[in-house]
Write a protein that binds this ligand. Structure first.
Ligand code: ZN
Length: 417
């Protein structure tokens, strides 16, 4: 395959990045923000123009489309997914993408943030990309390559297959989801509507990265109700919920089990919200581990600490509710590694050395896999995401397009052996 997709993915990413499609965790609607419709509706139009079939925008905000099979051979239905939302928490309005063609290795500066500079010291992977076409934002916003790069890659691969029906492949389903960044990308109806035997999210980083392991995640809400009374008449009566909340937080392991003290395959408990007043307080904690046992131990520890606090102050009311968020996709994929092995084989056939990376987070694929659609994650090239230094190499994106095309080819070939 000798087609060079770098110009196309560059054009697509730059165009998509300019469209504000930030999600909002505090919004109860689906999608969480109306501005995501700008991207969703554009993709409906573009997929239709490319000649895709069954193009539709579901009422839960997902764009679905089909690249029809071009072979009679029995091939599995493969899904390709990317998310249209960009991360909340950093400005994403009026993104001004900048293209540094054939980057010469000199520090990359940002017109809207004179103090900001991007060099391999901040982002070591950049050293490998000398000579590549590098895309950044202008300093005041994120770029949104997470995950507009995934969208651009899928659109380029889809465009190529739809323009070349002589290339044999099975049926391919495309899904562009909203609200991945706030953990709400996979609606309960999506697995059935997608109708794929297995799928891939295009939402990874370094060239060659194939993710089949994510965290398992729970969230705990600890509700503390004290005894409220005027402080002037409080002696022996007031039970201050804030003091109890502070005791709980300080009883959590801070030197060994926090995000800031762990890495690699270690799990953590992350206190991420503390709100309230003397009468009532709420502590929110994220539980993360790669293994079920580790996650269960974290839950047991939280319950134990809450029970101890309750026993020490029976006049207060302390409840600890733990809800499931997502599970390590490996639990399901290890039963059948076919989609993972196929992605590794596709990388190799595209001249890229694949590597497995357990990621300290979740993807849309975590939920999809759990719901019966095995869904590893493939690289896009995105780096330093969710901040002003976000950047990506057009050549990495183009390499990911090749991986998708090889995947389409390999999936339609009869299994060897
Ligand atoms: Zn992403």
């Amino acid at each position: 395959m000798s087609v060079d997709f770098s110009a196309e993915v560059t054009e697509r990413l730059i165009r998509y990045a300019k469209i504000d499609s930030q999600s909002d965790a505090n919004s109860p609607t689906a999608p969480s923000t109306d501005r995501q419709f700008g991207m969703l509706k554009l993709l409906v139009k573009e997929l239709t123009a490319l000649g895709a079939s069954d193009v539709r925008l579901t009422d839960y905000g997902v764009v679905l489309a089909t690249i029809p099979a071009t072979t009679d051979r029995k091939a599995p239905v493969m899904g390709w997914l990317a998310h249209v939302d960009t991360a909340p928490g950093f400005p994403a309005e009026c993104v001004k993408p900048r293209l540094h063609s054939a980057w010469d290795g000199s520090p990359i500066i940002f017109p809207d943030a004179p103090d900001l500079v991007l060099t391999p010291e901040q982002s070591p992977y950049l050293a490998q990309c000398k000579g590549h076409d590098i895309i950044t934002a202008s300093g005041g916003t994120l770029l949104g390559a997470d995950d507009k790069a995934g969208v651009a890659i899928i659109m380029a691969a889809a465009g190529h297959l739809l323009a070349h029906p002589e290339i044999p492949h099975g049926k391919i389903r495309i899904a562009f989801t909203p609200d991945e960044e706030i953990g709400r990308g996979v609606d309960a109806r999506l697995p059935a509507d997608l109708g794929a035997d297995f799928a891939y999210t295009l939402d990874g980083a370094d060239r060659g990265e194939v993710v089949h392991e994510t965290f398992s995640a729970d969230a705990a809400t600890i509700q503390i109700t004290g005894v409220s009374i005027h402080p002037g008449q409080a002696k022996g009566k007031l039970v201050n919920a804030l003091h109890l909340a502070a005791k709980l937080v300080s009883a959590l392991p801070q030197a060994t089990l926090t995000p800031e003290t762990t890495e690699g395959r270690e799990g953590f408990l992350h206190v991420n919200e503390l709100t309230g007043n003397a009468a009532e307080a709420v502590v929110k904690v994220l539980l993360r581990d790669f293994e079920r046992d580790g996650l269960a131990a974290q839950g047991a520890l939280l319950h134990k600490l809450c029970d101890a606090l309750q026993a020490a102050e029976p006049r207060a009311k302390i409840t600890c509710t733990i809800t499931e968020q997502y599970r390590n996709m490996r639990y399901w994929l290890e039963d059948d590694m076919t989609p993972v092995n196929l992605a590794h084989a596709a990388c190799k056939a595209a001249g890229i050395e694949p590597f497995a990376l357990p990621i300290r987070g979740g993807t849309d694929g975590s939920r999809l896999t759990e719901k019966g659609v095995p869904c590893p994650n493939i690289f896009t090239g995105m780096q330093m995401i969710h901040g002003p230094l976000e950047w990506i190499s057009a050549q990495d994106m183009a390499a990911a397009v090749h991986v998708l095309l090889v995947l389409a080819d390999l999936a339609a070939k009869p299994a060897k052996g």
